[in-house]
Design a protein around this ligand. Structure first.
Ligand SMILES: Cc1cc2nc3c(=O)[nH]c(=O)nc-3n(C[C@H](O)[C@H](O)[C@H](O)COP(=O)(O)OP(=O)(O)OC[C@H]3O[C@@H](n4cnc5c(N)ncnc54)[C@H](O)[C@@H]3O)c2cc1C
Length: 483
């Protein structure tokens, strides 16, 4: 049997389940395939930078696969609807009797996979799907009543119990080298219709599994131990910056988990400690929690709030304020620094993601979906579940979200997490002449005389806070049923 291994958000050789089992089961070799779907990516707001990193990672993956005599074929179709026929034609051409892939949990991806399965099975081909994106598959964990968790802390407890009790979280070895390949690999394209790859930042986000592994090692040796202390300081390199690689699947979540655990002595007891490795692994569990939510409550994939009653919040359609937020000209230094970091690097520090998202949804009272989309269009680590989860958390519309009345004061957040203003000055050059914490309140520090064309705050925080509280309070009448 020859197997077609379909790569999607799992662009690696290490601990890649579908690939591993394809190589184990195949008797006549394995053909790998990746499907470029430009119209679908545009519809899903995939960013230019994420596409650029995907192509670079594919080139590196193709070389690693060839070392195992597995050719990587590239198909190019507009969207998911054209995918089943294109894959089946390739299976015919290369005489593959089976298709193996790893599960993607989003609704449209799931529908695509069901369509592919139907077409393959109707043609007498075998299809096998594997859980690979996560340490613990999203629907494995259930409450006592059999439902899905909506609160993180008990989910985390249940997650740890599953890992303790099963072997499924183990890292698999390297896939077997195959017999001579029946087809040459395709070149990975240099361009994708509709995407501007000139914005690529290969200096920040290098490709290739070896470089990713070095980044993991560097983070573990230099920063893991103090992670709990440093992770909220945006000017610091205190977090791993592995999110783009987890999003693309260039790094296995199980590998990341086991490496961090090993650094803490290898015992699951390390997870009881909310410092160092225990704290970092908790972030990996947040990633899995949001996938669990997406599978349990697929309405979050359909542009809907997890909390139906929050659909009544009278979001303001203020295009001008939104545009100012997008380009980092709100007059709130920590917000503007974050938004500019996003545009320059395709990435933003987690603390600042929370601050900017809460500012948009509370201070500006603009729909979280506008922000979610803008982030997705610019993040190199854009990941539907984590982005949607983060936005709905910040907007108080989601599972285990920030209560609507706990609204960050963005000026106080700036002073607390960037006390010397190092982060702000790095990205907001108009404020480079300010020293120390006064950089967070230039409109106060300079008696309203702004230097360098930096704008005054768009809104008064105290007034905006009152407006948001009122809007949320009014929306809390009788809950609307989910559509
Ligand atoms: C509004 C908003 C939008 C977000 N959008 C995304 C997104 O599109 N893609 C994305 O990967 N993360 C997103 N996050 C989560 C988080 O900000 C990033 O994962 C983190 O900043 C990545 O940096 P790091 O790799 O250095 O993280 P580390 O602190 O080193 O954490 C390790 C890994 O854990 C995961 N992780 C960490 N924090 C979270 C979290 N709060 N939720 C889910 N997973 C987490 C990531 O995979 C991360 O790489 C978002 C958060 C918010 C508040």
């Amino acid at each position: 049997m020859r197997v077609l291994a379909w790569f999607r958000s799992d662009l690696r050789v290490d601990d890649q389940r579908a690939l591993f089992y394809a190589c184990r089961d195949a008797t006549r070799g394995v053909v790998a395939v990746f499907v470029v779907t430009p119209a679908q990516w545009t519809a899903h707001d995939v960013s230019d930078r994420r596409v650029a990193l995907t192509l670079r990672q594919l080139r590196s993956l193709s070389a690693s696969l060839m070392k195992r005599r597995i050719p990587l074929r590239i198909l190019n179709v507009p969207d998911f609807s054209a995918t089943p026929a294109a894959l089946l034609a390739l299976a015919d051409e290369t005489e593959c009797a089976a298709l193996y892939f790893n599960i993607e949990y989003e609704v449209r991806e799931h529908r695509r996979d069901e369509a592919v399965k139907r077409v393959f099975e109707a043609a007498g081909r075998r299809v096998r799907a594997f859980h690979d994106q996560v340490v613990v598959p999203p629907d494995t964990i259930r409450t006592r009543a059999g439902g899905f968790y909506t609160v993180f802390t008990p989910y985390r407890r249940a997650w740890i119990k599953v890992v303790q009790e099963s072997d499924d979280a183990q890292v698999l070895g390297s896939p077997r080298r195959q017999p001579a390949s029946p087809t040459p690999p395709d070149p990975v394209p240099d361009a994708v219709k509709g995407f501007d790859l000139s914005v690529d930042r290969c200096d920040l986000w290098p490709e290739g599994e070896q470089k990713v592994a070095s980044r993991v090692d560097r983070f573990i040796s230099r920063s893991l131990r103090d992670y709990h202390d440093r992770r909220d300081v945006p000017s610091d390199e205190g977090t791993s910056r592995l999110s783009p690689y987890l999003a693309l699947g260039a790094l296995s979540a199980r590998r990341a988990f086991h490496d961090a655990l090993a650094a803490a002595g290898g015992h699951l007891a390390a997870l009881d400690d909310r410092r160092g490795a225990g704290c970092w692994i908790t972030e990996l569990i947040w990633r899995e929690f949001y996938r669990h939510v997406l599978v349990g409550f697929p309405r979050v994939c359909m542009n809907q709030a997890f909390k139906p009653e929050t659909e009544r919040v009278p979001w303001r359609r203020d295009e001008e304020a939104f545009a100012a937020w997008c380009i980092g000209r709100t007059g709130v230094p920590i917000v503007d620094a974050g938004m500019r970091q996003l545009l320059a690097e395709g990435w933003m520090h987690n603390r600042v993601r929370m601050i900017t998202a809460m500012y948009l949804t509370k201070d500006l009272l603009i729909d979280w979906r506008w922000g979610e989309r803008h982030f997705m269009r610019h993040l190199v680590d854009g990941d539907f579940a984590s982005n949607n989860g983060g936005w709905q958390w910040s907007a108080s519309t989601g599972t285990d979200a920030a209560p609507y009345f706990r609204i960050f004061n963005p000026f106080a957040q700036g002073r607390r997490f960037d006390p010397e203003g190092v982060y702000v000055r790095r990205y907001v050059e108009e404020l480079s002449s300010f020293t120390g914490p006064c950089v967070h309140v230039p409109h106060v520090s300079s008696d309203g005389l702004f230097s360098g064309g930096y704008p005054a705050p768009l809104v008064d925080h105290a007034e905006a806070r009152r407006r948001a509280l009122e809007a949320f309070k009014r929306s809390r009448g009788s809950p609307r049923k989910p559509r």
